[in-house]
Design a protein around this ligand. Structure first.
Ligand code: GNR
Ligand code: NI
Length: 170
């Protein structure tokens, strides 16, 4: 297992769309294991392959308190089940330190493949539903800051760029 580097906004690689996964094999499962190690180490409840510079349609989640409910979504397809907006704010490991409520649908249905390549369908509500929509956006190169005003997005970008310069010693 290996911990992977998480790309941060405004890294252009976060804008690349993921490709449909043709084969769920041991190599993909090794990547999934690395993604879980990375997500748990970063204290996140979701992680998309895009965030670790892999352009594939895959994300993982775990909403349990003790890393006991790992969920894998390969080639996910999402259908909103309500227009009622969620009340949950969201953050992103690629936009560290910023949180916003985006009014996403509070209930969704997802069809995807699991880590054995088997198709499943499930409904989610509340925070997990928000998280799934957030992760699915990553697979299309979208970030939650794209839903904010340009003013807010630019302010976040400048703060993160400054932090990134400081971290790199530039
Ligand atoms: O860890 C995460 N928490 C979270 C909380 C509310 C809505 C979405 C998320 S996703 C985020 C991890 C992440 O960046 N996934 O892409
Ligand atoms: Ni994110």
């Amino acid at each position: 297992m290996a911990k992977l580097e998480i790309l941060e906004f405004p890294d252009p690689r976060l804008r690349e769309p993921g490709k449909t996964i043709e084969q769920v094999d041991d190599k993909l499962r090794a990547l999934i294991d690395d993604m879980f190690e990375t997500m748990y180490a970063a204290d996140g409840c979701g992680l998309a392959a895009t965030q670790v510079n892999i352009q594939k349609r895959l994300f993982i989640m775990d909403f349990s308190s003790d890393q006991e409910e790992p969920l894998v979504f390969i080639n996910p397809e999402i259908t909103p089940l309500t227009e009622e907006p969620s009340e949950f704010g969201e953050g992103c490991l690629s936009v560290p330190g910023f949180y916003e409520n985006l009014n996403r649908p509070n209930r969704i249905k997802v069809k995807a493949l699991n880590r054995d390549g088997e198709e499943f369908e499930a409904e989610f509500e509340g925070l997990p539903a928000v998280c799934i929509q957030h992760e699915n956006d990553h697979l299309d190169g979208r970030l939650f800051v794209d839903y904010l005003s340009k003013f807010k997005r630019d302010r976040i970008r400048k703060k993160l760029e400054k932090n990134q310069r400081l971290a790199a010693g530039r």
